[in-house]
Design a protein around this ligand. Structure first.
Ligand SMILES: [Zn+2]
Ligand SMILES: [Zn+2]
Length: 439
């Protein structure tokens, strides 16, 4: 075909697309200019965890306008929007609202210049570096479609906007504030997350365990400080802590079943102040990841045993044993996608988007407190899926190599937001209709 002929024929080919009537895709596309305005507003005005008041107010106002019964302040800043529409299942759709303490470096015209102080008192730049702005925007897109399609479904829709995902406390806060008692309790819970490891508009799903148990562990190693020239008069906590770091490596390599994924990472190691002083303490901060409860238990018990054992080997007296603190309040349990909902929704996605846009993806070692909605009642069918956000040109230029692409939480993460929002809105409506649709 000559280029000239192609120019003539291409628009004809493209314009023939609507012949396959797809009202949902058409309606989402028609709503995109409005949704992109909302997205840019969310992106320019990010809020840190448990401080999402402006975002919550926007979502609540939109849901009210659409006829949902809206309750705000659930779990501090969470929003619950309920639409009762006859007998049937109760579907919970969740978006998270919080941004991160990251100084944005995307150079987008609507990049955030916001600075704020976190609940732990640290002041920093704030950025939607995890893409929760796309989640909130498609939450609105989904609410609009579900309200408009009310005569096509029966049941109850519970749309929630959750605070504090990044610090792992928001889902728990909403549940503790009566999410399952003050509001209709879900039979199905569905969410998505934008993905920095998939090309824009491609959906990923993982049956079974999809995201990991995340535990944070602090280790404080005591020693006996002294002069660097007279080590025999000291108990050097740096040498002991180094031994502990090395011994911890055998947990994953020698104590965990090789079929069970796990990670023990010492992410922070601090001790000492000067060349010639042996410090009297060393501190380490660890992240510990797993999928099953059993693997988690082996790792956490093993850390405590190794720390104590190495201290004994180093001759540390009983009253100076290292202190291991497992930060239970920050624990995020593993996220599990139940088989029935995952299989049926993946089939719907494949028929809507085509097999080239729907992939089964491996589980990841990241964490998500979406897990809590299922753990609170395991009779609930639950699914979280991925919607790729890597702009097509970047994906092709790098061959999708994760080492060459910004990850989630990067100050450079600039997804193809339009592709994420369009795909995610269609996907969330499709998933909800798969459960609630009249047929
Ligand atoms: Zn995140
Ligand atoms: Zn996130």
């Amino acid at each position: 075909m000559t280029p000239r002929l192609a120019l003539l024929i291409l628009p004809l080919l493209l314009s023939s697309a609507p012949a396959m009537a797809d009202p949902l895709a058409d309606q989402v596309r028609a709503d995109l200019p409005s949704l992109m305005n909302i997205y840019r507003d969310f992106h320019s005005n990010p809020e840190l965890s448990m401080q999402e008041t402006r975002s919550a107010a926007k979502l609540a106002a939109e849901a009210r306008r659409l006829g949902f019964e809206v309750t705000t302040g659930v779990g501090k800043t969470g929003v619950v929007a309920v639409m009762r529409n006859g007998p049937g299942p109760v579907v919970l759709l969740r978006a998270d609202m919080d941004a991160l303490p990251v100084v944005e470096q995307t150079n987008l015209p609507f990049a955030s210049r916001v600075r704020a102080t976190s609940v732990t008192g640290v002041e920093s730049g704030v950025m939607h570096a995890c893409g929760h702005d796309t989640h909130m925007t498609s939450w609105i897109g989904t609410a609009r479609r579900m309200a408009a399609m009310k005569n096509e479904w029966s049941g109850t829709l519970v749309m929630i906007a959750q605070p504090g995902e990044e610090i792992g406390v928001g889902a728990e806060a909403m549940l503790k504030d009566g999410l399952y008692t003050r509001f209709p309790k879900p039979t199905h819970a569905i969410a998505y997350h934008d993905a920095a490891s998939l090309p824009a508009g491609v959906i990923g799903y993982t049956p079974g365990y999809a995201l990991a148990n995340v535990d944070s562990v602090d280790i404080l190693v005591h020693g006996v400080g002294g002069h660097g020239a007279y080590p025999h008069t000291t108990k050097d906590p740096i040498v002991l802590a180094s031994r502990i770091v090395m011994a911890l490596q055998t947990l994953v390599s020698r104590e965990i079943d090789p079929q069970q994924p796990s990670v023990v990472t010492v992410g922070s190691f601090h001790a000492g102040a000067k060349h010639n002083i042996i410090s009297d303490e060393a501190t380490m901060l660890l992240t510990v990841r797993s999928y099953t409860d059993e693997t988690r238990r082996i790792l956490l018990d093993g850390i405590q045993r190794i720390v104590r054992g190495e201290a004994i080997a180093a001759g540390i007296p009983e009253d100076k044993m290292p202190k291991v603190t497992i930060r239970d309040a920050e624990h995020t349990p593993a996220t599990f996608n139940t088989e029935k909902l995952t299989t049926s929704t993946a089939a719907l996605f494949t028929s809507r988007f085509g097999a080239d846009r729907v992939r089964r993806t491996p589980a990841v070692m990241g964490g998500e407190d979406f897990s809590r909605y299922w753990i609170a009642d395991k009779s609930i069918e639950s699914l979280i899926f991925w919607v790729g956000g890597v702009p097509k040109d970047k994906w092709e230029a790098t061959g999708g190599d994760p080492a060459k692409l910004p990850s989630l939480h990067s100050p450079f993460w600039a997804p193809d937001a339009q592709a994420v929002i369009e795909t995610a809105t269609e996907a969330m409506v499709t998933a909800a209709m798969g459960v609630l649709g009249k047929g």
